[in-house]
Design a protein. Structure first.
Length: 213
């Protein structure tokens, strides 16, 4: 066997081993960027993707909080709650993809999405569609289960030039308006906050704040 052939016979297994290692590493990194229950993006991955989308313009930010989730856990158990989260996540993800965007689970029963909406009317129609989709009953252990949802959104058509933290804060405030009204959806106008917040989030609302970008 020539020296070149001998070197090649040694190099091929090494290259194959390195490729397999790289593939496993990429999969681990991707898994770390995903919520283990719903497989939606986690906050860090969502911030990176949403930031890129915002630079394209005509982007809307949506915050979703489920209604009746605690009652679901108390009545049917946490397994039912997990099933509900998985179903909601799948519905939200399908909707976000159709709208040219992406979705994430921020924690607990709180989700977020960025989508493309060319006009205010488009956003309103999209939110109506999402709300109806998320509130469709599902079956757990042979029983019909219902969850509600409160949606808050803000549309950045380029005039606002808002950072993701500022837009998320206003979407969160809009979501709270919808929740106070018993669910549904509400669209915020402008970037000026209208509620007291702690670290960029409504006072009393759990979770990490949206810091300055």
């Amino acid at each position: 066997m020539s020296q070149s052939m001998a070197a090649l016979s040694v190099a091929l297994p090494l290259a194959a081993g390195w490729s397999l290692h790289s593939l496993r590493l990429r999969r681990r990194i991707e898994a770390a960027r995903r919520d283990p229950l719903t497989n939606l993006m986690c906050r860090e991955a969502f911030e990176a993707r949403a930031g890129r989308d915002l630079r394209k313009g005509l982007t809307s930010v949506v915050v979703i909080d489920l209604d009746g989730f605690k009652a679901l856990n108390d009545t049917h158990g946490h397994a039912a709650g997990d099933v509900g989260l998985v179903i909601v996540a799948a519905r939200l993800n399908d909707w976000a993809i159709r709208m040219g965007g992406c979705a994430a689970r921020l924690g607990g029963d709180e989700f977020a999405a960025v989508i493309t909406a060319a006009h205010h009317v488009d956003l309103q129609s999209a939110l109506e569609d999402l709300h109806e989709t998320l509130c469709e009953p599902f079956t757990f252990d042979g029983q019909r289960v219902e969850l509600g949802a409160s949606l808050g959104a803000i549309r950045d058509d380029g005039d606002l030039a808002g950072t993701l933290p500022a837009l998320m804060r206003r979407a969160d405030e809009a979501m709270y308006v919808a929740k106070e009204a018993g669910g549904g959806w509400y669209v915020a106008e402008g970037l000026t906050p209208v509620r007291e917040t702690v670290n960029g989030r409504r006072a009393g609302r759990p979770g990490a704040g949206w810091g300055v970008a």
